[in-house]
Write a protein that binds this ligand. Structure first.
Ligand SMILES: NC(=O)c1ccc[n+]([C@@H]2O[C@H](COP(=O)([O-])OP(=O)(O)OC[C@H]3O[C@@H](n4cnc5c(N)ncnc54)[C@H](OP(=O)(O)O)[C@@H]3O)[C@@H](O)[C@H]2O)c1
Length: 365
């Protein structure tokens, strides 16, 4: 192996009270020596990171408001892509030095369980076990590859595994410009559904429409219920994909047909439903009206893409395979609106926190 140059990494020194405080006060950029193969396991792979995703979960994890707690100091970066620099003798022959790869964020990095949790992607180098490392599919760029699995597997889990969306159905995607929202637009379209997408910004909705949403509704400017009813011939949608929560959920519950499926994916509008610094037990800001749910005969389905695997690992292989096949065939190409250098990590996190990002956001070590 040719000698690797020293690099840098982002470190979260302590869990903050909330993501905004974490961005301003909890981050540091530190020099990083390249990983030394002599200290690694035979099944390990060293990846020189070219792009790492800056996701919502990276934000709330830095203040301990994500359900999966990582003890600081740690390096964020759930998902990343880069070039293989070393392959351990037992890592498998599916990747080789020089390959462009992406790393499965459930098997390595801060969202994983165990030894690889300390190797986050917001760094010049990361170490992952061989099975977590895959050649990038479908000619995706490093930025696209780093923004693929988390969002699209979530969309698949919600729309397919939970929502059982069928061709010809109508899906209402709330917060459609976000990472999970835009992935849901793409996956719903691939399933043959008609997509109605919502957002608060005309400019961002223009991008969502250009990606293939059949209809867009600017909430705040247009009455959601009336517009959805008009677009569905008075019937209401079959499925709601809700990553926003709060007031918008209450409005969306009035836009559905009898017997619709309501997919709870997240609560971007009420991010502080868990207390900061890893404490638990904040009041729940998202309370749905049981009368509407009952009278409309709704199926309300929680859709945690990662936690569900703890209870049913069998959900992963078909989901991974489907997302991978779509990407390999060029049918999925994540939209990445923003990219920053590692030194600008605070700007990258601010852009995601303020909702400026459309789809994916990338950090270049
Ligand atoms: N179920 C899972 O397994 C899973 C996986 C990943 C993420 N999540 C969760 O899903 C949620 C969204 O994540 P993400 O990565 O898509 O975040 P994101 O990229 O920041 O997107 C969130 C979107 O929500 C909209 N939004 C934010 N605040 C709003 C408000 N007050 N009112 C109305 N709309 C608002 C924004 O769209 P506009 O500005 O256009 O309105 C934004 O684009 C988060 O709660 C996250 O934790 C769940």
């Amino acid at each position: 192996m040719t000698a690797l140059a020293p690099g840098h990494r982002v470190v979260v020194r302590e869990l903050a009270e909330d993501p905004a405080t974490a961005i301003e006060h909890a981050l540091a950029i530190e020099p990083m020596a390249p990983p030394d193969p002599a200290t690694l396991a035979a099944g390990d792979v060293i990846v020189e990171v070219r792009s790492a995703s800056v996701g919502w979960v990276d934000l709330i994890m830095a203040s301990g408001q994500y359900q999966h707690l990582v003890q600081p100091p740690y390096t964020p970066g759930l998902e990343y892509a880069g070039v293989v620099r070393w392959v351990g003798p037992a890592a498998g022959d599916h990747v080789a030095v020089g390959d462009a790869v992406l790393v499965d964020g459930l098997l390595a990095g801060p969202r994983s369980l165990g030894a690889y949790q300390r190797w986050g992607g917001w760094a010049s180098y990361a170490v992952a076990p061989g099975p977590a490392v895959h050649r990038i599919p479908g000619g995706l760029s490093f930025d696209q590859a780093a923004n693929l699995l988390g969002s699209y597997e979530t969309a698949y889990h919600a729309l397919v595994a939970r929502g059982r969306v069928q061709a010809g159905e109508t899906v209402l995607v709330l917060g459609a410009s976000g990472a999970t929202g835009l992935a849901a637009v793409d996956v719903a379209r691939l399933l043959g559904a008609t997509v109605i997408a919502t957002g608060r910004s005309r400019a961002k909705l223009d991008v969502v429409a250009a990606r293939g949403a059949d209809h867009v509704i600017a909430t705040g400017e247009e009455p959601l219920r009336e517009r959805v009813k008009a677009l569905t011939g008075g019937r209401g949608v079959d499925v709601v994909h809700d990553g926003v929560g709060g007031e918008l959920s209450l409005e969306a519950l009035r836009c559905v047909r009898f017997g619709a499926r309501y997919l709870i994916v997240g609560w971007a509008a009420t991010p502080l439903v868990a207390r900061g610094r890893g404490q638990r037990g904040a009041p729940n800001a998202n309370q749905l009206p049981t009368n509407l749910i009952m009278m409309k005969g709704l199926d309300v389905l929680g859709c945690p893409a990662a936690i569900s695997l703890v209870h049913d690992p069998g959900l992963r292989p078909p989901r991974f395979a489907r997302v991978w096949a779509w990407a390999e065939a060029g049918q999925l190409r994540p939209h990445v609106s923003h990219a920053f250098n590692l030194a600008d990590v605070a700007s990258a996190m601010r852009a995601r926190w303020r909702g400026e990002v459309i789809g994916g956001c990338a950090l270049h070590p």
